[in-house]
Design a protein around this ligand. Structure first.
Ligand code: GTP
Ligand code: MN
Ligand code: MN
Length: 399
């Protein structure tokens, strides 16, 4: 058996972007444990530790069978002492004491609740916890003034913490398609993020928008947002202008994974009947006038959880986080690759490019430092080829 596993070991390369990682995970008991520790580290701004746990979890996700013995892990990359201790604990005791301890800690629970509010990051949550705020009612009773994003996040807390289904993603897609088509015919819209990788649920829905004629996409987002707002589809939106062309320091910004596309973080108001089918899109816009919905807006924070959930279920719509990104066609392949994820897969692609190929990859471009030039690509396949990597389709980027 050990011999057999040795063969498996030898074919697990160390960068996640060299591996095929489907959604079929034979080691969830271990990857859940490691992911929780990664999350806890990230919430404490210990990104290095977080990435180490994410990499370890990703290696186990890529295995074709369940791990039943520590010996099977010999020779596998990215498994540090800490991760191995966690795996050993799970193998011997059915659970990791560190994970259980973390899950039950007041600090972790408070960080989860507070960062569960859209617009609240770990730094803000940390500050509130230091002031003794551990729960939503405590936050409400505090004198803190919340920004616009956080107010919307608090108001739609329950909806936004309920996973978005593929059917809901598709329904949103139809609304977005209708919006962009009526603003600029010929526009192309692509589902990106987790749903493009074949996930059945997600925390939001992500779309990439482009036009086959370079330049026609300029200024598109404000028009799309106006259209959506006029039909009552937006509960919140923040649009960021494209800052790529104006910047002085050249197109690809190697050190940062934040891109400069015109983009919109939003919260959609998705009518409940929109999920059922494609034919109802026409009527649903008229069926949900703004004031009808306002009457049933739940005040989630003031109520106890169960009550608010009951009430939330009575309203004829739900709030869904939606990300829209606009890319010029010349950068489309890079934007598509950069926004499909997973987050770890993206991080590993950039690390591979930098460390193994002396190249800088961003969601805008690929720069070859050796040749001192940008490498063009009009498909994801070409980018993988430039990077000297075997092409990995979206459904196998679930690292
Ligand atoms: P779920 O939404 O939970 O299903 O997961 P997801 O994989 O879709 O994650 P998310 O929506 O957060 O992000 C989708 C992809 O876009 C990920 O690969 C991220 O790395 C990428 N992404 C998110 N925000 C940014 C950003 O500001 N800049 C760039 N370049 N990429 C981003
Ligand atoms: Mn997403
Ligand atoms: Mn997103």
């Amino acid at each position: 058996q050990v011999d057999e596993s040795k063969e498996v070991e030898s074919i697990v390369p160390s960068y996640a972007c060299q591996r095929r990682t489907t959604l079929e995970n034979h080691n969830t008991v271990f990857t859940d444990a490691l992911s929780l520790l990664a999350e806890s580290a990230e919430l404490s701004d210990e990104d290095g530790r977080g990435v180490a746990f994410r990499r370890a979890a990703a290696v186990l996700k890529a295995l074709h069978s369940p791990v039943t013995d520590l010996l099977q892990l010999r020779g596998l990359p990215c498994l540090g002492g800490h991760s191995l201790r966690v795996i050993k604990d799970v193998l011997e005791n059915g659970a990791s004491s560190e994970v259980e301890c973390t899950k039950q800690s007041e600090r972790f629970k408070a960080l989860k609740v507070l960062t569960g509010i859209f617009g609240v990051g770990s730094k803000t949550a940390e500050r509130w916890i230091r002031e003794g705020i551990h729960s939503l009612p405590q936050l409400q009773d505090s004198a803190h003034t919340l920004n616009r994003a956080q107010q919307a996040g608090l108001e739609h807390y329950d909806d936004l913490n309920q996973p978005v289904t593929k059917a809901e993603g598709d329904a949103i897609g139809e609304i977005v398609a209708k919006a962009v088509m009526s603003v600029l015919p010929g526009v192309q819209i692509t589902l990106i993020g987790g749903f493009r990788r074949g996930k059945l649920t997600g925390h939001d829905v992500d779309f990439l928008i482009t036009h086959p004629e370079e330049g026609r996409e300029v200024g598109l987002m404000p028009k799309v947002v106006s259209w959506l707002e006029s039909k009552g589809f937006l509960l919140y939106q923040k649009t960021t202008r494209n800052s790529y062309l104006e910047s002085k320091d050249g197109p690809a910004r190697p050190s940062s994974n934040m891109d400069r596309f015109e983009r919109c973080f939003s919260i959609f108001k998705l009518p409940e009947d929109a999920k059922q089918g494609t034919t109802q899109t026409e009527t649903l816009t008229e069926d949900t006038p703004e004031d009808t919905c306002r009457l049933t807006t739940p005040s989630l924070v003031k109520d106890e959880g169960s009550e608010s959930t009951k009430r939330a279920n009575l309203k004829p719509w739900r709030a869904v986080r939606v990300d829209l990104v606009v890319s010029p066609i010349s950068q489309f392949a890079f934007a598509l690759l950069g926004w499909t994820g997973s987050k770890l897969f993206e991080r590993e692609l950039r690390r591979w490019a930098g460390h193994e190929k002396a190249m800088s990859l961003s969601s805008h471009a690929l720069y070859d430092n050796t040749q001192s030039k940008y490498l063009r690509a009009s498909s994801e396949e070409e980018i993988f080829a430039h990077l000297g990597l075997e092409y990995i389709p979206p459904s196998e980027r679930n690292a």
